[in-house]
Design a protein around this ligand. Sequence first.
Ligand SMILES: Nc1nc2c(ncn2[C@@H]2O[C@H](COP(=O)(O)OP(=O)(O)OP(=O)(O)O)[C@@H](O)[C@H]2O)c(=O)[nH]1
Ligand SMILES: [Zn+2]
Length: 340
Amino acid sequence: MTNSSLHSALELLGWSGFFADQVKPTEADLVPRRVASVHRARIEAMGTTGSIRLELPANANTADFAVGDWVLADPRSDMLVRRLDRKTVFKRRPEVGRGQQLVAANIDTLLIVTSCNADFNIERLERYLIMANQAGSKPVVVLTKADTAEDVGIFQAKAEALQRDLPVVALNGRSADASSLLSSWCGAGQTIALVGSSGVGKSTLVNTLTRLESNAQQKTGTIREHDAQGRHTTTARSLHPIPGGGWVIDTPGIRTLYVSDITDGIDTLFSDIKELAQLCRFRDCTHAHEPGCAVQAAVKSGTLAADRVERWRSLVSENRDRTPVISGPRGNKIVRKKKY
Ligand SMILES: Nc1nc2c(ncn2[C@@H]2O[C@H](COP(=O)(O)OP(=O)(O)OP(=O)(O)O)[C@@H](O)[C@H]2O)c(=O)[nH]1
Ligand SMILES: [Zn+2]
């Protein structure tokens, strides 16, 4: 492969200047690989010639890698050498134990999926938006089951009001049109992921985007490989190609991520309120009763919805409560967890 065709083949996998700039001159002999699935003792990766199993250094811990990561590997031995810095990363706090579990990396766009029915919930959408903002991924709200709703416009308007310049797409996830409606985020080298509650139509949408017949789904969603005895085993892969060049990361854990330690994400979601808050007379204004409060003034004048301010206040205080703080020699304080 020539250098430029190699380069464009990598770009189809999501490679960009952000990653290329991290490769040192001494690493010119190494090749970039994109992590497609992470197992306890094994990492599968995609290269320009298909998927391979990476050899892991003795001290490697697969928990340090996420689906979507870019790594440098030795092309002769397939030995993983190092991981490149991530553009975006989603982590979750595990059900038990401390620390954060990596879920997926380098997702350009997060499709926040909800349906045009009782699932539609402003508070839940805000949590997902905060999560996307925090990770650095561009959020897009996808309203599924538009074919069953009487007035999609109501849902659309409510979702659009949640964050500045937020794209909102209403569609029927079972129809092929869904792919074209989402195509601007699924182009060559673009990586998306879907979050949303159970039953909103995430699997349906993934299937439509990857345009698979139901009997072909299993085949494409998995990698055939030889196990130690030379038998064929089938393992789940989490990085699925979208016709047109993009990738959808569909990995356990990403569909129902929940929020904690998300100060930056909250600030982006409520940037309008944040800007107003800087105009308050008092630096430590709580925006409840103080004179000269720009937030309350905006509510009074009708340019800012009072319930939006309420949701902002409760998310800020919840984030404060749930973000672990070091509390001396015993380490992290226990945080109360609320699931959505
Ligand atoms: N009418 C209509 N039905 C849909 C649409 N999207 C999904 N469905 C149906 O809704 C049901 C749930 O869809 P799934 O794709 O399984 O939902 P999911 O979000 O993957 O659910 P989990 O796997 O539980 O997380 C299925 O019966 C789908 O056929 C849509 O846009 N319109
Ligand atoms: Zn104020």
